[in-house]
Design a protein around this ligand. Structure first.
Ligand code: CA
Length: 238
């Protein structure tokens, strides 16, 4: 079986080397390019399994690279993990809305990066948290979302959600660990329930959390970016 290959797009050699070192140690093959244009060429000629994309690049910036890759049929499916500096929330939001799959913020731990790469690959392979048809079983079984019957069970007990709350929860829970921006949430929920604005998303999330009780921490706020369903069950009392 051929190795999973990660294309690293990074103009700072030390950071590129660090990323490559940790990925190779975990069994990934890596390629490295130093500019946005080279990234486009490399991805078109030989599409990698995952792209780790620095957003601040000398020629074409990372957002433009992301946009162009997602526009083209042959490169659209490549998962993209954006690498940003702290305080670039607007770039993160823009990148996610252009189709970027995930992001990490510099300085980052190599372990987190490797975990994110595995995560996008797992999702790419269609390994969504679906236990059986129409049922999402999450948080080690503490939360069940029954999409056919529109029922949510917390610790086996049904809770009463509005249609909007249900749609929000269902949308986030389909991709644990992945941030959704408010606009992405609005687009996904639109038409299924009421008309939403950024501010009303926050209001509905607050109401949803209250109803989730001790599972409320599963719906995480990502400051300046949006919301995320927790990847693993957050630590409750031991
Ligand atoms: Ca850079």
């Amino acid at each position: 079986m051929s190795k999973v290959e990660v294309l690293i797009v990074e103009d700072e050699p030390e950071i590129a080397e660090l990323i490559a070192f940790h990925l190779r140690r975990e069994g990934f093959a890596t390629r490295h390019v130093t500019s946005g244009r080279k990234a486009l060429d490399a991805a078109r000629e030989n599409p990698p399994s995952v792209l780790v994309l620095d957003l601040m690049l000398p020629d074409l910036d990372g957002l433009e690279v992301c946009r162009r890759l997602k526009q083209r049929e042959e490169t659209r499916a490549i998962p993209i993990i954006m690498v940003t500096a702290k305080g670039e929330e607007t770039d993160i939001v823009a990148g996610l809305e252009l189709g970027g799959d995930d992001y990490i913020t510099k300085p980052f731990s190599p372990r987190v990066l490797v975990a994110r790469v595995r995560n996008v690959l797992r999702r790419h392979d269609g390994d969504a948290p679906i236990a059986s048809e129409g049922r999402l079983v999450l948080a080690d079984g503490a939360l069940t979302i029954d999409t056919n019957r529109h029922v949510v069970l917390c610790h086996g007990q049904p809770i009463e959600l509005t249609l909007t709350e249900f749609s929000l929860l269902h949308h986030l829970a389909q991709r644990p660990g992945f941030v959704r921006t408010r606009d992405q949430i609005i687009a996904a929920v639109h038409g299924r329930s009421t008309v939403l604005s950024s501010r009303t998303v926050d209001v509905h999330i607050t109401a949803l959390r209250r109803k989730l009780g001790d599972l409320s921490a599963l719906v995480e706020t990502v400051r300046g970016v949006g919301y995320r369903f927790a990847e693993a069950m957050p630590a409750l009392d031991e």
